[in-house]
Each structure stands twice: as structure tokens, then as C-alpha cells.
Design a protein around this ligand. Structure first.
Ligand SMILES: *Cc1c(COP(=O)(O)O)cnc(C)c1O
Length: 394
């Protein structure tokens, strides 16, 4: 991108489409997809992703009301489920925008019922049942089923969905997941015995979409796979092909020769043992580039590996370009993605810094503009360069 001269994250929307097609092909024909676009679409930008996946999804999932409202503000139309707990203070805004909350206690349900009744509407909700995460949800037993039925009986409440979340579907050994699924199906049975039929049943995350499509039920919740990453190295990657959507590109700002004995970056953790050519890259942990890549990571310049020397700073770091001819200020740098023959994947970065691949993409910061590509052309951009504060005008 001409406009962004420091760093930008190219987002390949064709890859997003490819990943949706891959998932559709792997799922049972009767299983729909809920597009999980929380955490700003795992760092990719929730709005372009939501619009791109629109033909493939029944609805969306966000983590918070604010995320769901952002989607609405940008014209995203299908229903949105909030996966976490929503405070009653936000119910009004939620009802106005046809956003569904996750509900599993009377304390959550009662004020929603009252508000819906006062407005003469019925609020659609998804019940969560806890089958093994110990995070949120009804207990998956008789008492939990009784509570679900009491919630469903409140005026102004329509139970649209029932979901649980797998804790270990990304592991080779699926025993724990089979057990969660069994508990879930049993809970469905307990509800049925009490006269409560829930239209939309969903358990699976991306790991289950790859490895356990037979657990699809009505819908599965696709997160990380939308963005082209596998949930873990243990899932069957040959079952379903995915293409990473996010890259990270920068430009060298400075190239210099250093002498033997010369230290590089904070703390002098690296000292040259011979004359070297080093390049400065204007990206740092202030951009979400992991500081733990200090002395461990590398970038690609002219399709060659340039190892990080010393510590990654907040806004810059240095790399070894001694063996790479012709490097000068302005040269392109690939931090994530492909440069002709070579590729740095998010998974590899996570391995190098002892981090988690989900976390790396989510943490790519607001200082990094996103540039969206469709059919190889720039389809749009997003940056925060005219970010606005209220209340600090003088
Ligand atoms: C984040 C999340 C997902 C998506 O998980 P992936 O591993 O990214 O597919 C699905 N369901 C719930 C409840 C979640 O919190």
C-alpha cells in the first residue's frame, strides 16, 4: 500500500471465502455456520469479515454487546449472539438491535423478561449449558434443566438456541469432547421431557468443524478457521484446507554497518562477533509484535531470512541482513506471510515466541492499518489514525 509506509496488515478476503467453502464442504448438509467475529474478527476487522462471510452464515457471534453494535452500525443484518454475559443495563440497546444474549440464570432472565413485556415484544435468547468448561452455563443436570424450563416459561422470553462449548476438541484424544457431547445431548433430552424444544442446537467450534462434523447438529460456531488458521497442530489438517487471511508487511527504515563487538538494542543482549549489516524495522511490541521474539524471530527481506538481533523495542527492532544484497531503506519486510518462496506463518511465530497463535492475531494492534484485498485488488482499508477522544478537547 502506497499510503501506509510504516507497516500494514494485508487481509485476504478471498482466503476468507475459501475457508468458508472448505468448512461448508466438510460439514453435514443440514449443519449451518455461525460466524464468530469477536475480538474485532480475531484482529482482522469484524465488519469486512462479517460482510464477506454473510452468504455462508446463519448468524454471527460476538463476545460483547459493543462488538455486536459495531456490526449493526455498519449494516450487518443477520442475527448476532453475544457469547458472554450481558449486563441488564444493556438489555434495552440489545433488544433495539435484535441481538441475542446468552442466558443461564434467573437473575439474567428476569429483567429481560420484564423489559420485553413492557415493550410488548419477545426477546430471543440462547441458553448456555456447561458440559465441561466450567466457564458459563446451566449445570448439565436435572436441576439445570428445571431452571432452563423456568427461564423459558417467563413471559417475553423465547428460547431460540441452546449451546455448550468444547474445552478439548482440538486434541487428538476426543474422549473428553465425546463426553461433553453426550452430556449436551442428555440435557436436550431432559429439556424435551419437560416439554421444552429448542430450535437451534450448537456445540462445535472450529476444531469440531475440522474433526467432528458429525457433532454438527443445527449449527457450528466457526472462529479461527474463518481466518485460515487451524485450532491446533493436533487436528486433522488434511481433512479441510485453510488459507491464512492475515499478513504483516513493513518497510526497512535504516541500514547500517556495525563492527565486531558492537551491541544491538536494549540490554546489549546481542553483540556482533564480526562486522555485520543490520536493518531497522519500524514495528514493535507497541504494535502487538511479540517482544518474546527478541533474539528468536526472523523476518523475510528479498525472499531471505533476516534474524532479529537483540530485543524487540516498543516501536522498532533490528535484523541481520549481512548476507542479503541490496537492502536499503524502503525495502519491503514480511513479518507474517509469504515472500515468494518463503513463508512465516502465525503458528511458526507462536512457536518461536512461546505464544499462542490465536493471541498473536488478536493482539495485532490499532497502530497497524488493515488493508483488505478482494480478487487481488484493494477493496478497503481500516485504520485508527483519526481516533477520537471525547472530553479532552481543551
Ligand atoms: C471463541 C468461541 C468460539 C470459536 O472458537 P474457535 O476455536 O476460534 O473456532 C466458539 N464458541 C464459543 C463459545 C467461543 O467463545
Amino acid at each position: 500500500m502506497e499510503h501506509y509506509t510504516r507497516v500494514y496488515a494485508p487481509i485476504d478476503l478471498d482466503a476468507v471465502v475459501y475457508n468458508m467453502e472448505s468448512m461448508k464442504a466438510n460439514l453435514l448438509p443440514e449443519t449451518g455456520i455461525i460466524g464468530v467475529v469477536k475480538a474485532d474478527g480475531y484482529g482482522h476487522g469484524c465488519v469486512p469479515v462479517a460482510k464477506t462471510i454473510e452468504p455462508y452464515v446463519e448468524g454471527y457471534a460476538a463476545a460483547t454487546l459493543e462488538e455486536a453494535l459495531t456490526l449493526r452500525r455498519h449494516g450487518v443484518k443477520k442475527w448476532i449472539l453475544i457469547l458472554g454475559v450481558t449486563a441488564p443495563a444493556h438489555y434495552e440497546a440489545m433488544l433495539d438491535a435484535e441481538i441475542y444474549p446468552t442466558i443461564f440464570t434467573m437473575e439474567q432472565a428476569r429483567p429481560l423478561s420484564e423489559l420485553a413485556v413492557s415493550r410488548g415484544v419477545s426477546a430471543k435468547i440462547h441458553l448456555a449449558v456447561d458440559t465441561g468448561m466450567s466457564r458459563i452455563g446451566l449445570d448439565a443436570d436435572e436441576a439445570g434443566a428445571d431452571l432452563a424450563v423456568r427461564i423459558a416459561a417467563l413471559p417475553g422470553i423465547t428460547v431460540e438456541g441452546l449451546f455448550t462449548h468444547f474445552a478439548r476438541a482440538d486434541e487428538t484424544d476426543k474422549a473428553a469432547t465425546e463426553k461433553q457431547f453426550e452430556l449436551y445431548l442428555n440435557f436436550v433430552k431432559l429439556l424435551k421431557e419437560r416439554g421444552l424444544e429448542v430450535p437451534v442446537k450448537h456445540c462445535g467450534n472450529s476444531a469440531a468443524i475440522v474433526d467432528l462434523p458429525q457433532m454438527g447438529l443445527d449449527m457450528m460456531r466457526a472462529g479461527i478457521a474463518i481466518y485460515g488458521l487451524y485450532p491446533s497442530d493436533e487436528v486433522n489438517k488434511t481433512a479441510m484446507d485453510l488459507k491464512p487471511a492475515m499478513g504483516l508487511k513493513s518497510f526497512v527504515t535504516y541500514v547500517k554497518e556495525i563492527k565486531a563487538g558492537q551491541p544491538v538494542s536494549y540490554g546489549g543482549t546481542f553483540t556482533a562477533s564480526r562486522p555485520m549489516t543490520i536493518a531497522t524495522v519500524p514495528v514493535g511490541y507497541g504494535d502487538g509484535y511479540p517482544r518474546n521474539l527478541s533474539g528468536r524471530g526472523y523476518v523475510l527481506i528479498s525472499d531471505q531470512k533476516a534474524p532479529i538481533l537483540g530485543r524487540v523495542c516498543m516501536d522498532q527492532f533490528m535484523v541481520d541482513v549481512t548476507g542479503i544484497p541490496g537492502v536499503k531503506a524502503g525495502c519491503g519486510v514480511t513479518l507474517i506471510g509469504r515472500d515468494k518462496e518463503l513463508e512465516i506463518t502465525v503458528e511458526e511465530l507462536a512457536g518461536l515466541c512461546g505464544g499462542f497463535h490465536y493471541e498473536i492475531i488478536c493482539d495485532i494492534g490499532k497502530r497497524i492499518p488493515r488493508v483488505y484485498y478482494r480478487n487481488g485488488q484493494v477493496a478497503g482499508t481500516k485504520d485508527y489514525f483519526d481516533d477520537v477522544y471525547e472530553g479532552f478537547t481543551d
